[in-house]
Design a binder for this molecule. Sequence first.
Ligand SMILES: Cc1cc2nc3c(=O)[nH]c(=O)nc-3n(C[C@H](O)[C@H](O)[C@H](O)COP(=O)(O)OP(=O)(O)OC[C@H]3O[C@@H](n4cnc5c(N)ncnc54)[C@H](O)[C@@H]3O)c2cc1C
Length: 380
Amino acid sequence: MDFSISQDDRIAVDAFSRYLEKEIAPFHDRPEEFTDKENVQAALLGLLDYGMGNGLVAEKFGGLGLSTTTVGLLFEQLAKTAPDLSIVALIQLEAGLLLASGNEYQREHYLAPILNAEKIACIGISEPGAGSNIVEISTRATKVEGGYRISGEKQWISNGHYSDFIICVARENDDPQAGLALMIVDRDAGYTTKNIAKMALNRQSTAQVFFDDVFVPDENVLAPAGEGLRRLMTLLEGSRPLVGLLAVGVAQAAFEQAVAYAQERSQHGKVIAAHQLIQARVADMAVDIEAARLMLYAALDKITRGERADLQSSMAKYFATEAALRVVRHAMAIHGGNGVTREFPIEELYRIAPILAVTEGTSEMQQLIIGRSLLGHSAF
Ligand SMILES: Cc1cc2nc3c(=O)[nH]c(=O)nc-3n(C[C@H](O)[C@H](O)[C@H](O)COP(=O)(O)OP(=O)(O)OC[C@H]3O[C@@H](n4cnc5c(N)ncnc54)[C@H](O)[C@@H]3O)c2cc1C
């Protein structure tokens, strides 16, 4: 059992951290409002050298072919500096993984342009009537000459509003599980979007996506009915630890803010850092962050070694996102009244953390997945 980070990974993380401080920190300093597509693409382009968007795709397909562990270590740094942008990059990474298993046409027309940030992808699973329970998806794909016609609505779609294409989960037949297919729908084919305002992370887009009899050619079927759900489950197994690392990045930023504040602010004749109950909060924050990291790295390590990791992945995502909620609460408390003003960054981190416990499966769904795996009975 080796808990050390390799020399190569350490060098990559240090170089990326320097780049982020210089080039990407200003992205997060923008007002908390929708950032236009050109700015998002410009930021994404710079991140490609470090594997953010292209890291998980094999070199033979134009990616960097990094290990999941390396990408995770780098991703945590991005999440700490610019959480909004890390979601954009996360979706590009996930789309890259899905498309790498596609056909030659799909790799040329959809994978290649996301590997150079020319196109932005989104992944449409959730719907107004289907969130935690994917098999309730009702977006319909009807077979027609040369392809399919898709009608329905997707909700909460990250990157949706500035997406060039969507990898859409659509229902080809009424079989709850085997009826689901994955189809690539081009923006030019005519889907429309509407951005959703959220409590935080508004520099990136979360959107509704509408399909009104949109044509999808046969060559855009990424996974036929019968294959779609399995591909999604594999994707989530690999991406949940990355969402967990996003939470660790946010928690680490909150921790650093709180430590700095505690060493600066004096009450009762000494800096608050010297009060025992402040130290208890700092200790609890550090323990939560360290434990989350270890669980996430262990899950990533299993994935990198090609082992099944659905249990570890859910455990780590569940623990890390709940830990981030505890950490931002402590950090907010350490800031006293200043914590609730817009002058201090902790207030924004406090609003970001709850979102991460919802995306890619809520905490309750992670508990149920863990329970099913340990008990052999599905409770959902
Ligand atoms: C910022 C953001 C970005 C997102 N990005 C994407 C994206 O890019 N693509 C995409 O497809 N989706 C995306 N999502 C959707 C996300 O995956 C869903 O919000 C999530 O799966 C929960 O679904 P829901 O919101 O419909 O909640 P619901 O499923 O309605 O759940 C409501 C509550 O009930 C609980 N619950 C549900 N079922 C059970 C049960 N059986 N037992 C106990 N409790 C239960 C849930 O845990 C939750 O607390 C995003 C969401 C957010 C907030």
